[in-house]
Design a binder for this molecule. Sequence first.
Ligand code: ATP
Length: 380
Amino acid sequence: MGYLSCRADSSIATADSQTPSIKIQHFDYSALEAATNGFSDQKLLGKGSHGCVYKAVLGGRHLAVKRPSSRAHQILSNEVNNEIEILSKIQSPGLVNLVGFTNDSNDNKLLVVEFMSNGTLYDVLHTSARPPNWGRRIRLALQTAKAIDTLHSQNPPVIHRDIKSANVLIDRSFNARLGDFGLALRCHVDDYRLRSTPPAGTMGYLDPCYVTPDNLSTKLDVFSFGILLLEIISGRKAIDVGHSPPSIVDWAIPLIKKGKLVSVYDPRIAPPKDPVVRKQLAVIAAKCVRSCRERRPAMKDVVVWLTGLSKLVPLHSWNGFNNPCMMVENVGRPVEVASANNNAHLNWRNNSVGGTSEICARSDDVIPRTSFHSHGADDL
Ligand SMILES: Nc1ncnc2c1ncn2[C@@H]1O[C@H](COP(=O)(O)OP(=O)(O)OP(=O)(O)O)[C@@H](O)[C@H]1O
């Protein structure tokens, strides 16, 4: 079945008419060059597969400047232009919002976005000395789900296509913000562009159903979010060659189906005390990665479920994060050698990620707290 109509939930809000006009600044290349000390290593925030991100302070405002590497200039220029096109029409507290870009010729195009002072969700989950507690993890998951829902609720819907922990940034108040819109697609009636845009995303997060351009659907972001939620639950990376099986979905879903929930939870901290939370978090993730896309929930449902769970788990603000007083806003964060993210963009599907067809045949409802009875893995 084709999905070129960019199926989204039938309950989509029409956002365009309500979108306030967004002010996008035009920067001089030379001003950004100066503000980043000539793109110096001291101002380097991080490296992606296509370029570098630098810290800049301009007019007292803390900013992140994305600069294509010369090697990947053409690809990143396309991604920068795409990001500008998408983000110039949406602004939300859940996104890493666009501040502006350079006027100069395409060759020098730089993207300027809000600066996020506390790294990425990837760092928080996989490199932080103190893994976050469940209150924090559920809130980060909920904020990410809300951000994706904001995209899917646009009219026409926007599909991010690269949901992963490295693209969820953490702001100064420790809120999750969704960034990196280089691959995002706005599903307007420009069918030709959609038809000619090959599947793309990051290995380990890619929906196995997304094999041709006309398979585009908001449900591919739901799948990637499910992987991200498994990552949050387990503390394991989406693909970890040191484990068998390496794919998080192939490892976690059979355990969840057998009801071995505790084995899926991050061994670095005690699992959630509340059995409802323990179970439902895993069930939500399993529903999102169903191989049968029609049976995956809409992000709106995921937001409702996670909102319910977040009310059951207190947020102890200092548990699990480094002391925020140590995080200084006016310096670049240290950059990890050999990009810990390891997230090469793919131009085609990742065959190693199996879907979870078994999950298709199971019930749809996350159990509300008030009607909780002991359920087995059959609820999936
Ligand atoms: N707005 C920002 N504020 C602070 N740091 C940022 C910001 N955007 C990116 N970074 C840092 O720069 C790194 C590289 O970001 P970038 O978006 O280029 O690549 P990526 O998403 O990590 O990887 P890829 O481009 O390969 O998908 C991030 O991992 C993060 O550490």
